[in-house]
Design a protein around this ligand. Structure first.
Ligand code: CA
Length: 230
C-alpha cells in the first residue's frame, strides 16, 4: 500500500509518516503542492491513497485534488485541514475528497479513516490476497499457507510482506531489481545496492522454515520470478 503524503508542517508530516510506516504503508512525503503534482502527473509511483493538507506552499491541497479529478483519476484522497466550518467541508468534498480530517487529530483516528477508505474503494486491495496455497492477510501482516489441509501462519515484517505481496501480484513474471526498488522503496531514499537481494534472502529464509523452498527463483542477469506452489 503506497501513500502520497503532502504536508508542509515538518513535525506533523514526520509523525504521520512514522505512524504509517509502522503500519506497513510505503509513504512518499512531500512538503509542497508543486512537488506533489510532479509526483502525481509523472506517475513515478503507483499510489493507493493520497493524504493532502489543505493549505500548502505552491499549490493548495484542494487545487491538487481538482487537477487530479479533472483527469478522471480516482485515487482515494483524505484531506487534512485546520478548517472545520461547514462551507469548507462542502468545498473539500465537492472538489473530490473522499474523506476529511480536522486538525488536531490522533494517529489512531487517521489509521482508522485510512482503513475505512480502503474498504470503500473497490480499486484498493481486499483484506486478503489468495494465490495457490498462499493467502496474505493485510490486517495482521501474515501469510497463511495451506498444504494438504494443514494450515500454518507465517508472521512477516512490513518489508517482507510488501515484497511477497508484490511477487504474488506478478506471478510467473521476471521482475527486475529496479522494479522492486521503484515499487517498494520510497522516492528520495537511496537504498544500498544490495538491499533487494538482502530482503529477498530474508524472505526466502523465513518461507523455507515453513517448508516453502522454491517460491522465489533467481533468474540470473535479469531478476526474480515467483513460482507459486500448485
Ligand atoms: Ca499546511
Amino acid at each position: 500500500m503506497r501513500v502520497l503524503l503532502v504536508e508542509d508542517e515538518p513535525d506533523l508530516g514526520a509523525a504521520i509518516k512514522r505512524t504509517l510506516n509502522q503500519s506497513g504503508y510505503i509513504v512518499d512525503w512531500v512538503l509542497d503542492g508543486v512537488d506533489a503534482w510532479n509526483y502525481l502527473e509523472n506517475q513515478w509511483a503507483q499510489y493507493t491513497l493520497g493524504i493532502f493538507d489543505w493549505l500548502l506552499p505552491g499549490l493548495s491541497g484542494i487545487e491538487l485534488l481538482r487537477r487530479l479529478r479533472s483527469q478522471n483519476r480516482t485515487l482515494p484522497v483524505l484531506m487534512l485541514t485546520a478548517k472545520d466550518t461547514q462551507a469548507d467541508k462542502v468545498t473539500g468534498l465537492d472538489a473530490g475528497a473522499d474523506d476529511y480530517l480536522v486538525k488536531p487529530f490522533g494517529m489512531a483516528e487517521l489509521l482508522a479513516r485510512l482503513r475505512a477508505l480502503q474498504r470503500r474503494s473497490p480499486q484498493l486491495q481486499p483484506q486478503q490476497l489468495q494465490l495457490g496455497n498462499l493467502s496474505l492477510d493485510y490486517s495482521s501482516n501474515t501469510v497463511c499457507t495451506n498444504t494438504a489441509g494443514e494450515k500454518q501462519v507465517v508472521h512477516l515484517t512490513a518489508k517482507e510482506f510488501q515484497l511477497l505481496e508484490y511477487f504474488m501480484r506478478h506471478p510467473h513474471q521476471i521482475i527486475t531489481r529496479d522494479q522492486i526498488l521503484d515499487q517498494l522503496w520510497e522516492l528520495g531514499t537511496e537504498p544500498m545496492s544490495n538491499v533487494v537481494a538482502a530482503q529477498i534472502r530474508l524472505l526466502r529464509r523465513k518461507l523455507a522454515t515453513y517448508g516453502f523452498e522454491d517460491l522465489i527463483e533467481t533468474v540470473y542477469g535479469l531478476g526474480y520470478r515467483f513460482n507459486p506452489a500448485k
